[in-house]
Design a protein around this ligand. Structure first.
Ligand code: PBG
Length: 331
């Protein structure tokens, strides 16, 4: 019996599309374009030159001067967007380095704006954990993180980053109401054009471990489970995202990326705002470590991971592999 008789309709031969690389590219449902990638960068206020990070082989902590060189190279390869994290020379209880006019991120932004002008999009991570002596993302009172006291400092931090020239501020502290107070503070300061990319669904994840070594922001006591989300929860993410959207976020974010593709898809389906996904330090390290042992092909693993994140619905991808991706695309 022929297949047509058995099925009642002629079988379409999918292999015609699969036969040629250019045909597969033409019909692929997902493609990666470098304009949509953000490269996170660590700047160490004290450093004289760039230095390796033990927990993240291949990623560096930059000095102010080497930061400018790094961004210059990346821009030449086609990257445009850079997310800055600062490591201040001094930490204190109230994270004063986060909102100092000449803080490490503020100085970095000044330098990048002077050097690259409109060629770059500068994003600043708006959080306190790299700047507090205790390593928490907010103000600690009687052993606990005080949400409302923290909001005031987060708003101050965002305004100082925007005033220095950041295009996008990116609140990552997961304090309730942070998007609202930041939007109001920016507007009051006349910074109406500054966008907010909110870490809306940010899980309490072990995959941030390597970052905390890189940014020297490990909490000195307790953990972040009281303000970050429980990995067992999916619907809660929609509640968190909805609040951020109502408070005025311009871009939403899900973080980490690969372990939370279901959440990414849910947010994609429920909201119309641009959506970012953060492939975090632990996701980077897993690919890096496995490929350095020779058991994974690094480029294939990176591309497949980025396709999965894009396929699940991310418009914007933040990845420590963004610059390698740009190089591969130029090959
Ligand atoms: C600051 C912040 C963290 C990350 C981004 N912003 C650390 C944390 O919440 O502990 C993690 C990013 C990564 O792991 O690459 N709060």
């Amino acid at each position: 019996m022929s297949l047509t008789l058995e099925l009642g309709f002629p079988v379409v031969r999918a292999r015609r599309v699969r036969s040629k690389r250019s045909l597969r590219d033409l019909t692929a449902e997902t493609s990666l374009s470098i304009e949509r990638f953000v490269l996170p960068l660590f700047v160490n206020e004290q450093a004289e030159r760039s230095e390796p990070i033990d927990s993240m082989p291949g990623v560096l902590r930059y000095s102010l001067n080497s930061l400018v060189d790094k961004v210059g190279d990346a821009v030449d390869k086609g990257l445009r967007a850079f997310l800055l994290f600062g490591i201040p020379s001094k930490k204190d209880e109230l994270a004063s380095g986060a909102y100092a006019e000449k803080g490490v991120v503020q100085k970095s932004i000044n330098r990048l704006v002077e050097t690259f002008g409109d060629k770059v999009i500068i994003l600043a991570d708006t959080c306190l954990c790299e700047y507090t002596s205790h390593g928490h993302c907010g103000v600690v009172k009687e052993g606990k993180v005080d949400n409302d006291e923290s909001l005031k400092l987060l708003a101050k931090t965002a305004v100082s980053q925007a005033a220095a020239g950041a295009d996008i501020v990116s609140p990552s502290a997961m304090m309730d109401g942070q998007v609202k107070v930041i939007r109001e503070a920016l507007d009051d300061a006349g910074l109406k054009d500054t966008l907010i990319m909110s870490y809306s669904a940010k899980y309490a994840s072990c995959f941030y471990g390597p970052f905390r070594v890189a940014a020297d922001s490990k909490p000195q006591f307790g953990d972040r489970k009281t303000y970050q989300m429980d990995p067992r929860n999916r619907r809660e993410a929609l509640r968190e995202v909805k609040l951020d959207a109502q408070e005025g976020a311009d871009i939403l974010m899900v973080k980490p990326a690969m372990p939370y593709l279901d959440v990414l898809l849910d947010v994609r389906n429920e909201f119309c705002l641009p959506l970012a996904a953060y492939q975090v330090s632990g996701e980077y390290l897993m690919i890096k470590a496995a490929s350095s042992l020779g058991y994974l092909d690094e480029k294939s693993a990176v591309l497949e991971s980025l396709y999965s994140i894009s396929r699940a619905g991310a418009d914007i991808i933040i990845s420590y592999y963004s610059d390698r991706l740009a190089s591969w695309m130029n090959e």
